[in-house]
Design a protein around this ligand. Structure first.
Ligand SMILES: [Zn+2]
Length: 492
């Protein structure tokens, strides 16, 4: 299936600040790297949104017939507090606070991460490498950067020389920052640091005596810098120049800027053709933050066990909600928004469930192949899921019209409609048809309520034979009626 040749995908490239025609480096193949989580706490809903955006991109490219190698790493060492070069390793700190091994922290939160993503119906990436599994590659990379003259060694630590790099390259090319402005806006070194300049960043840090996670290297027993692991792992599995690098907006600077600098310094090559950044998820109009209490984690959102939302929401409803915004827009998570998405999701699933009951006719009142093209057009335009969903609702309207007899469809068009709906709703958006079951239980409850009403009427008319018959036959079906002063309730 060489379908990808027919599609003209446009991707917004952070590097150029424009939408660009998507042309893969090797025809038919896509290499995609996405910065994964630092596994020192439960995964944040904002991260779920980022990974979901790339899950849909992965799904769509696969659907088009591309062979996609999707690499998403696990950061299990080297990520210091405040994303800076000082402070404690995030994982080591958590391990110290809980008095357990760092690798127990890594294991616990890697499992949590996988469970949450599985709940939201993510496809697993092709490769999920860990930082600690690639120490040798990182040491080799540092050595090359030193040999090429872009790093220096101080007291067993190695730092990337940003000022030296900027003489022959452009540091800030991705985040549109100028080194002069960065120098102007940073305070001078306080004399505590080994760095030549505050803009330099660590490639290797000598471990303090208390630091548990450490490895031998030519410079000291220590650990690699956070930015370095992504360069080592992305290029190991995707080559020195690959198609797509993704991540959250907050990683653009300094993390991704440093990845470009490291690759240029080591391999004299920019690493990535298309840089893609997913925007932030807010909660009730402001930034999510544990310290202010404006925070909800995935488990709390799905269980309803929280003070922020009025009820529990299904994973597919949350997924649908997130897909209703472009990955490049800020998305505000609210109870009203989720309720609206739940209604929309249920309407969509009701229509999907109707598809198999539709009777074909001799003519179609709607042009299905044009509609199908507009679904592709939406996704080809920088993976515009809200426009795709608007198109799906055009189909929902049509399906309902066919069902109530005010529109018709031919057998061929009906097949095309079914296939296209299944492709986009389930394969590309990754939704799951869970509404069906609930829907039928809602309908069943409605039917029982109706029987209770008829039984009350029978009793009012002294027709006790009928009222007993209703009660007994419901009991036989496993539905128990409970009479009380307030009226009759039922349990299954
Ligand atoms: Zn990264």
């Amino acid at each position: 299936m060489q379908l990808y040749n027919q599609q003209n995908i446009q991707i917004y490239n952070t590097l150029s600040g424009e939408k660009e025609a998507f042309k893969t480096i090797t025809d038919g193949y896509v290499g995609m790297y996405v910065c994964g989580p630092t596994v020192y706490s439960n995964v944040h809903l904002g991260n779920v949104r980022t990974f979901m955006s790339f899950d849909v991109i992965f799904r769509y490219l696969k659907h088009l017939g591309y062979k996609v190698r999707y690499v998403r790493n696990i950061t299990d060492a080297g990520h210091l507090e405040n994303d800076a070069d000082v402070g404690e390793d995030k994982i080591t700190k958590k391990a110290r606070l809980e008095a357990i091994e760092p690798m127990e922290i890594v294991q616990r939160y890697t499992v949590d991460f996988h469970n949450v993503l599985h709940t939201f119906n993510f496809l697993p990436p092709s490769i999920e490498p860990t930082a600690t599994g690639h120490i040798i590659e990182q040491i080799e990379l540092i050595q090359t950067i030193i040999d090429n003259g872009f790093a220096y060694i101080v007291n067993g630590s190695v730092y990337f020389d940003v000022h030296k790099y900027n003489e022959s390259n452009e540091y800030g090319i991705l985040s549109k920052r100028k080194l002069e402005d960065l120098i102007h806006n940073t305070r001078a070194l306080d004399g505590q640091s080994d760095k030549k300049n505050p803009q330099d960043f660590a490639l290797w840090k000598k471990a303090e005596p208390t630091h548990i996670m450490r490895w031998p290297s030519p410079w000291s027993d220590g650990f690699p810098g956070w930015h370095l692991e992504c360069t080592a792992m992305s290029t190991k599995y995707l080559g020195d120049y690959f198609d797509i690098h993704g991540g959250g907006m907050d990683l653009k600077f300094p993390h991704h800027e440093c990845e470009i600098a490291q690759n240029q310094a080591a391999k004299k090559q920019t690493p990535v053709k298309y840089w893609m950044h997913a925007n932030m998820l807010e909660l009730n109009g402001t930034r999510m933050s544990k310290s202010t209490g404006n925070y909800i984690n995935p488990a709390e959102l799905l269980s309803g066990n929280n003070d922020i939302m009025s009820k529990a929401y299904k994973p597919s409803v949350v997924r649908f909600f997130m897909m209703q915004a472009s990955y490049r827009s800020v998305l505000d998570l609210t109870d009203a928004g989720l309720q609206a998405s739940e209604k929309g999701f249920n309407r969509l699933m009701d229509a999907v469930n109707l598809l198999n009951n539709l009777e074909p006719a001799n003519t179609s009142t709607h042009a299905i192949s044009n509609w199908k093209q507009s679904c592709y057009k939406a996704m080809n335009d920088d993976f515009n899921t809200p426009i795709l969903i608007a198109n799906l609702f055009e189909a929902v309207k049509y399906i309902n019209q066919i069902h109530d007899g005010s529109a018709t469809i031919t057998a061929t068009d009906l097949e095309l409609l079914k296939n296209t709906i299944n492709t986009f709703v389930f394969d590309v958006l990754g939704l799951e048809n869970v509404a069906k079951e609930d829907n039928s239980s809602t309908k069943l409850s409605g039917a029982v309520e109706l029987l209770i009403k008829l039984r009350q009427e029978a009793r009012a008319n002294k027709n006790f034979a009928l009222s007993d018959q209703i009660r007994n036959e419901l009991t036989e079906l496993g539905i128990q009626l409970n009479d009380s002063q307030e009226g009759t309730s039922f349990t299954f």
